[in-house]
Ligand binder design. Structure first.
Ligand code: ISJ
Length: 255
């Protein structure tokens, strides 16, 4: 709603609580998207670089991103493309987004890292090996998962901005000194991280349980993806990368 012009210390109604609520809601999207991708086996041929524009998965994702770019998706600072090079401009000028983020941090984009992490480390943890030939739906599900992960990780910019606005006097010395370790310490809340890890594990149990109508199925609980894997994905990658984005953002906060 605010215009492009100023309103520098407007919070746009965003608080640490609303940002954390958004991260909690995004957990649902991430857990569901991983469960959906796990319907298909690995489908390695989708990732073999056999066509001019890379693998089948890559070329499908590039084309979809071009359509999204024309429709204006990436004008929203919460949405970042995996292949930003050469994307077409939006077909019509989009409504101006609120200027909540500090301009120097808006363009931080670690999607290249998220891309290789996803294909090299994460996928093998929650899909079975094999090839069922469903390469296009597989790529489409990959994109959904990648976007959900990317949005969550880059949401660190919003988290960082709120934390900075809440206590600039705490953050400014570390920003001036460009001290990554001090910033990391300031923005870390271990108890929150513990809750996140437990909650996503529980969500994977609830969302991914196989539902049967018969009784007496008692102790036979199997899940579509292993809940402990989801917790590990958060612990080892999602949370650390969200914090890296926060640090990168804060380092530029006084530019
Ligand atoms: C996102 C936040 O910052 C940090 C990162 C967290 C995460 O990625 O879940 C959780 C707690 C903090 O250590 C936050 O404080 O909510």
């Amino acid at each position: 709603m605010s215009s492009n012009g100023g309103n520098q210390d407007s919070t746009c109604g965003i608080t640490l609580q609303t940002v954390r609520d958004s991260l909690i809601r995004q957990e649902d999207t991430i857990v569901f998207s991983l469960i959906e991708r796990s319907r298909f086996p690995l489908n390695q041929p989708a990732y073999n670089a056999s066509v001019a524009s890379g693998s089948l998965a890559e070329s499908v994702i590039r084309e979809i991103e071009a359509v999204y770019a024309k429709a204006g998706r990436y004008e929203n600072p919460e949405e970042l493309p995996f292949f930003p090079e050469g994307l077409p401009p939006p077909a019509s000028s989009p409504p101006k987004n609120e200027t909540f983020l500090h301009p120097a941090g808006i363009s931080i984009n670690i999607n290249k890292d998220i891309w290789s992490l996803y294909f090299e480390k994460l996928l093998p943890l929650f899909v079975v090996g094999g090839d069922d030939g469903n390469y296009v739906p597989t790529a489409q599900n990959d994109l959904t998962s990648l976007q959900a992960l990317s949005r969550r990780i880059h949401y660190g910019k919003f988290v960082a901005e709120v934390k900075y606005k809440d206590a600039p006097e705490d953050y400014e010395p570390a920003i001036r000194a460009q001290d990554r370790n001090a910033l990391m310490k300031l923005l870390t809340f271990e108890s929150v991280e513990e809750m996140v890890k437990k909650r996503v594990e529980k969500k994977a149990m609830v969302f991914g349980q196989n539902i049967t109508l018969g009784s007496g199925d008692g102790n036979k609980t199997n899940y579509k993806i292993d809940p402990s894997v989801v917790s590990r994905i958060y612990e080892d990658w999602v949370i650390p990368l969200t914090k890296d984005v926060q640090v990168e953002y804060l380092l530029r906060r006084l530019e």
